[in-house]
Design a binder for this molecule. Structure first.
Ligand code: ADP
Ligand code: MG
Length: 388
C-alpha cells in the first residue's frame, strides 16, 4: 500500500521549512494512557494497557516486542486507523485521536506504481503535498540521492531488484513529508542480508530528512541498530523506554534483560549490599546498599563473567563446550549447582580452556543487573553508576 501522503496542503511544510532540515527538540508525537480492548463474542481482551510515550521531533523510536504484544495495534492507533478504547494521541500539539492525517504509514509490503518510473513514483508523493513541476523533479532527485538511486531515476520498478524497490519506497515515504512516519515491520519480507543493508538505508534516510519515525519490529538486533530509543513491549504494556545502550546495560526487568541480547539468569541472595551466589561466592555492590534482604535473580551477560582457573573464590563449574570464533571464544559451563551458563571471552585472554576443565566463575560486579525474585524490578539504583 502506498503510504498515505500528506494531503493537508494547509500545513505544507515545504512552504515554510526546508525539506532537508532537522527540527529537533519539541515533542512531535504524544501518546497518553492508550488502552485498547477487543471484544470477540463474550471475550474481551486487552491489546494495550495504558501506553504512554513521547517522541521528540526528528526522533527514531522502535516499538519492539514479541508477536501479539500490541505493536501493530499501537501503530494503527497512532495512524488513526484504529480508535483506542481510551487515551489520546497528540501530533505536533494537536489532538488527532482516531483521525488519519499528517502521519504516513509504511506496511510490510511497499507497493510502487508499476506504470510510473522511479522518479515519478517519488514525485507523486511530492505532488500530493503541493510541490509541482520542476521543483518536484529536483526534490525527487534529492530523495533518490539519499537512497543512492539517482542512476535509476528513469527506470521502471520491474527493472529493479527487491532491495532497490524498497529503497524507492523509503524515498517516497519520506518525500511525502508526514509529521510522523510509521513503519510496521517493513523489512520482514526481505532475506537476512538485505534486511541488514536496508537498516542503514532507513537510518541514513531518516537522519538526512529528519522526520519523526515510529518503527515496529520484533527483531531486537534491528531495533538496536536503527533507533535513537526503543520502547520494549509485552502484553500491551511498555516495559522499558530508553536508548539501545540503556536498555542493554540497565534493563528495567527480567523480561527486558532476556529479550534484548543474550543473558544468563542466576539466583542469588542479597543482604546489606552483599550479593551471594552459589558456593558462597559474594561481592559487595554499592548500588545494592539500600536493598532489603531478599532472594534475587541476576542477569549476567556472557561477557560479564570472569573465568578463573586458580584461586578458591567463585562459582564452581566445569567446561562443557568451547567454540573458538577468532576474536571471541564461547563457552558453555555447567556449575556444580546444575545450572548451565553461557560465557564469551576475548580469545586473547588466557590460552583457552578445554572441555572437562574445572573453573571458578566471578562476575564483573559493576555490570550485572539484580532483580527482585518476581523479575519485575531492577534493584540496582539507577543513579549508582555514571553512564557507561
Ligand atoms: P503485534 O503486532 O505485536 O504482533 P497486535 O497488535 O497485532 O500485536 O495484537 C495484539 C493483540 O490484540 C493480540 O493478542 C491480537 O490477537 C489482538 N488483536 C489484534 N487485532 C485484533 C482484532 N482486530 N480483533 C481482535 N483481537 C485483535
Ligand atoms: Mg504486528
Amino acid at each position: 500500500m502506498f503510504p498515505s501522503p500528506s494531503t493537508n496542503v494547509r500545513r505544507n511544510r515545504s512552504a515554510d521549512t526546508p525539506p532537508f532540515c532537522c527540527r529537533k527538540g519539541r515533542p512531535m508525537l504524544q501518546l497518553i494512557n492508550i488502552e485498547k480492548k477487543y471484544t470477540t463474542g463474550d471475550l474481551t481482551q486487552a491489546a494495550l494497557n495504558g501506553v504512554s510515550l513521547n517522541l521528540r521531533d526528528s526522533e527514531f523510536v522502535a516499538i519492539l516486542g514479541p508477536s501479539g504484544s500490541g505493536k501493530t495495534t499501537l501503530l494503527n492507533i497512532i495512524a488513526g486507523l484504529t480508535e483506542p478504547t481510551s487515551g489520546k494521541v497528540y501530533c505536533d500539539g494537536k489532538e488527532v485521536t482516531g483521525t488519519g492525517t499528517e502521519r504516513g504509514v509504511v506496511f510490510q509490503q511497499y507497493a510502487l506504481f508499476p506504470w510510473l518510473t522511479v522518479k515519478k513514483n517519488v514525485m507523486f508523493a511530492l505532488e500530493m503535498r503541493g510541490v509541482k513541476g520542476k521543483e518536484a523533479e529536483e526534490e525527487a532527485l534529492k530523495y533518490l540521492a539519499i537512497v543512492d538511486l539517482v542512476k535509476f531515476a528513469d527506470h521502471y520498478p520491474k527493472e529493479l531488484s527487491g532491495g532497490m524497490k524498497q529503497r524507492v519506497a523509503i524515498a517516497r515515504a519520506y518525500a511525502a513529508n508526514p509529521d510522523v512516519l510509521l513503519m510496521d515491520e517493513p523489512l520482514s519480507n526481505l532475506d537476512a542480508k538485505l534486511r541488514v543493508e536496508m537498516r542503514s538505508v532507513i537510518r541514513h534516510t531518516q537522519k538526512s530528512v529528519g522526520i519523526t519515525t515510529v518503527y515496529v519490529t520484533h527483531d531486537q538486533e534491528e531495533a538496536m541498530a536503527i533507533s535513537d530509543r526503543i520502547a520494549v513491549m509485552k502484553d500491551g504494556v511498555i516495559q522499558h523506554v530508553g536508548t539501545p545502550r540503556d536498555i542493554y546495560q540497565r534493563p528495567k526487568n527480567v523480561f527486558v534483560a532476556t529479550f534484548i541480547g543474550r543473558t544468563n539468569i542466576v539466583n542469588a541472595h542479597v543482604k546489606d549490599g552483599i550479593i551471594t551466589f552459589a558456593d558462597g561466592y559474594h561481592e559487595h555492590i554499592d548500588a545494592l546498599d539500600k536493598a532489603a534482604e531478599q532472594e534475587v535473580r541476576c542477569s549476567i551477560r556472557p561477557e560479564e563473567f570472569i573465568i578463573c582457573k586458580d584461586g578458591t573464590e567463585g562459582i564452581h563449574g566445569t567446561v562443557q563446550e568451547c567454540t573458538y570464533l577468532g576474536l571471541n571464544t564461547h563457552y558453555t559451563i555447567d556449575t556444580d549447582q546444575g545450572d548451565s551458563v553461557e560465557i564469551v571471552e576475548e580469545s586473547s585472554i588466557g590460552e583457552g580452556l578445554k572441555k572437562g576443565e574445572k573453573v571458578l566463575l566471578k562476575v564483573k560486579k559493576e555490570k550485572i543487573n539484580v532483580f527482585t525474585k518476581d523479575g519485575d524490578t531492577n534493584l540496582i539504583r539507577s543513579d549508582a553508576y555514571e553512564k557507561q
